[in-house]
Design a protein around this ligand. Structure first.
Ligand code: GDP
Length: 448
């Protein structure tokens, strides 16, 4: 596609070693000719693609000395001709050079427009473009890994394989509908049903992976609960490695849920300190208790903290908290281990001290194990809710098709199969609406 030239600064705002100004379109080389003066005898129009050339770059009111590289269509990120200037990494320098490209006819690129062009030119699928965004926005190693798998078309390849098989089934249905013969049709339906069952099994196991994927993308929600003064805030601070929650020795002063995020084993964990869960006449504290209850309900894992110091120990209040976290993966922590010597008669998973740091590493290990199991799945790439939703709908259509095999004529089963194909096409981009595509590229920054 021959589109007008767009330009943007590809590097983040601020000072840095290098800044990159990027142009893509039908003839960015024409613009480069008027604002880049190569060192030596070579002319811009004679540039070999994918080679760096040093020279002077025109910034309008000033010049910089930097590099220029030409990517030739279609072997470029966008599938169009691309020119990139590398200049010294000052904001005014990059902005001056960008403005110069505008003066010479380039248009300001919109959010994610380079990647959008790449998608429209068939250089990558929609899921792959989303993988790029996931990598850039990723806050943990696991998110970056998952984004990279998406970017390199791991999900798309799987989905395309499913689509191809659905298409073959559809072609078979069309033939049978056009040339109906009773006994053949019966056998055909049986074969079709078998094929659909196999497909739905594969889809289901793919969909299941979202359990892990969701936790990778959003982070594991950890509710640290227990009665007041057992050391929840102190433990949270220890886990975070800095003082975030307010620590106080007056019971019931952690009024709000305090959040902090840490990485364990390359994955994100959102920690919530809950206000003391107990009956209280204090209105503000009651609000805190309500929040605590809602956090505990939505948590993936609960860390139950009890007090080990001589005046502490399990009581009714502890039992009430334990009741609330019933059914969730639970880690029982006995804190203040520095205040007691007897660690034998407890059913705690780990003994900790927020003061000395004892048991904190083990607590982190337990958090990972309880959230993901001891085995860590490196191949998790189903992290986008959009993809999960499309797969789920595709699977529903297949289930409908399987049910229809018992009663309906072939062409009606075909409708369900086609619906499944369409739902899968939303992942690759083939059937994604303008609105969906727009929304996806809105998540990008300018220059990507
Ligand atoms: P929370 O109400 O459960 O959040 O408890 P805090 O974190 O506010 O701690 C209550 C009190 O216990 C504070 O005075 C802390 O300094 C103290 N504390 C917390 N953890 C420990 C610990 O492991 N050892 C000792 N000796 N004191 C602790």
């Amino acid at each position: 596609m021959m589109e007008e030239n767009i330009a943007a600064i590809a590097t983040p705002a601020g000072k840095g070693g290098v800044a990159i100004i990027r142009m893509s379109g039908k003839n960015p080389l024409e613009i480069a000719k008027k604002m880049f003066y190569p060192a030596g005898k070579i002319k811009v129009e004679d540039f070999e693609p994918y080679r760096m050339y040093p020279g002077r770059i025109d910034g309008g009111a000033f010049e910089d000395y930097g590099l220029c590289v030409y990517f030739k269509a279609p072997a470029s990120y966008t599938g169009e001709d691309i020119i990139e200037f590398q200049c010294h990494g000052g904001e005014s320098i990059a902005r001056g050079i960008l403005k110069q490209t505008f003066r010479l006819g380039a248009k300001a690129a919109g959010k994610g427009e380079f990647t959008k062009r790449a998608f429209l030119n068939g250089k990558l699928s929609l899921a792959s473009a989303e993988g790029v965004a996931d990598m850039i926005n990723g806050e943990s190693e696991a998110e970056v890994k998952a984004g990279y798998l998406l970017y390199t078309e791991k999900l798309t390849n799987k989905v395309r394989d499913l689509q191809a098989r659905l298409k073959t089934l559809l072609a078979g249905i069309d033939v049978s509908v056009d040339y109906p013969e009773e006994d053949i049709e019966e056998q055909h339906v049986a074969e079709l049903k078998e094929a659909l069952c196999k497909l739905t099994k594969e889809l289901s196991s793919l969909i299941e992976a979202y359990g892990v994927g969701k936790k990778i993308k959003s982070g594991v929600t950890v509710a640290i609960c227990g009665k007041p003064n057992t050391g929840k805030s102190s433990l949270l601070n220890r886990l975070l490695g800095y003082d975030k929650a307010i620590v106080s020795s007056v019971a019931g002063t952690t009024r709000d849920a305090v959040e902090g995020t840490i990485e364990i084993g390359g994955r994100k964990f959102n920690l919530y300190d809950t206000a003391g869960v107990r009956e209280s006449g204090d209105f503000i504290e009651n609000i805190g208790i309500e929040r605590a209850e809602s956090i505990i309900k939505s948590a993936d894992v609960a860390v139950f903290v009890a007090d080990m110091s001589p005046q502490g120990g399990m009581d009714e209040e502890d039992i009430r908290v334990l009741e609330m976290v019933k059914g969730k993966p639970l880690i029982k922590v006995l804190n203040k281990s520095d205040l007691t010597h007897d660690k034998t008669e407890t059913d705690a998973d780990v003994h900790t001290s927020a003061v000395t740091g004892e048991g904190i590493l083990r607590l982190k290990e337990l958090l990972f194990e309880k959230s993901f199991g001891a085995r860590s799945e490196d191949a998790a790439f189903l992290i986008e809710e959009r993809h999960f939703d499309a797969l789920r709908r595709a699977n529903e259509s297949l289930q409908k098709g399987i049910a229809a095999c018992e009663i309906a004529p072939l062409d009606l089963i075909g409708i369900d199969v086609k619906e499944a194909w369409d739902a899968l096409g939303e992942i690759t981009g083939e059937t994604a609406t303008e609105a969906i595509i727009h929304e996806i590229f809105e998540k990008f920054c300018v220059g990507k």
